[in-house]
Design a protein around this ligand. Sequence first.
Ligand code: ASP
Length: 424
Amino acid sequence: MKNKKLGLTTQIFIGLIAGAITGVILNYLVPASTFKEEFIVGGVLYVIGQGFIRLMQMLVVPLVFCSLVCGSMSIGDTKKLGDVGARTLIFYLFTTALAITVALSVGNLIDPGVGLNMNAIQTGSSVASAEPTSVADTLLNIIPTNIFQGLADGTMLQIIFFALIIGVILAKLGERVETVANFFTQFNDIMMEMTMMVMKVAPLGVFCLIAKTFASLGFDAFIPMLKYMFAVLLALAVQCFVVYLGLLKVLTGLNPIIFFKNFFPVMAFAFSTATSNATIPLSIDTLAKKMGVSKKISSFTIPLGATINMDGTAIMQGVAVVFAAQAFGIHLDMMDYITVIGTATLASIGTAGIPSVGLITLTMVFNAVGLPVEAIALIMGIDRILDMTRTAVNITGDAVCTTIVAHQNNAIDRERFYKKHVKE
Ligand code: ASP
């Protein structure tokens, strides 16, 4: 692939490296002066970096709202598929919740944010000191008393709650509310387009955010970033090669190694595009041709999975929560972790299968437990490679679930699964 124009991934990567170098130079080589502190670091870098974060935040409420309405609308349709729909849904939610648990455990094992004092950096907003609320109130707060206030305040759980109900009703009323359903679908498209536009300025945003971080923290920022990356990759590997492999073996008796061998090209495709949506046709085709999974099942479960089942994304979000909490010295208790599991599961439903959206829905997970979104600045610089990897895991989760559901419905040609596949 030889493009004259550099791809976005390359541009973001260049932004990251250039930002780190600039930051280190500013920190170690440029003598302290008002010009450096107030004009460069606290001025230009701060304004552009924060501007980029604000652009991302601007997307969150409308993007999550529309995406969830559309997602739950398609879940509403699952009634048509009855048993298969319900099983698929339960399996999707279960694997996602499991994925976040894996991520939180790996995160706490590796402690990616320890040693990084983000409070040293001047941030746009003060660190939210979460008022302790009782379990009962936390649960009650999910139900909005005024949805417009919920939307205005960006209270994610309330927004999610309301959006899910709207989606289910839209699916139930069908043609009678077609106009509104179309409105949400089209508005969803607009939000995705807007996301793409915002991502175009990501290289510059990343440059400024990273430069400012390194200018303030110097080399102290390196190790935590590498540790964060390692923790995400490790948790992704555990999900893929322990959770999925185990589930396949136990629930279908099929040889998981053969599964991964056959499915590898789809994973490679997802990796290179970082787009679950784009892999839908290839995934359905591979499952049918190489593994004998009936298209009757996969043509429903794979697109649904690409829309609502993002285990890889949930993993990144789980590790990011641990990273940010440690970097800002915020203590998370058991209730916070349960909130994270719940919100990240919903965030995964609300994450569109296109590049970088997981980072945007991450802000909603952070908001749910009062973590400052500034931590996303650091994560963003190295997110592209993680986005590619997690997308491969996202679609593998869909395929594993599809294979299990197909097995339970006698819709797998086992002979084909074990057949040696010469080039097809
Ligand atoms: N790129 C991911 C996907 O398409 C979504 C994300 O996590 O950003 O599956």
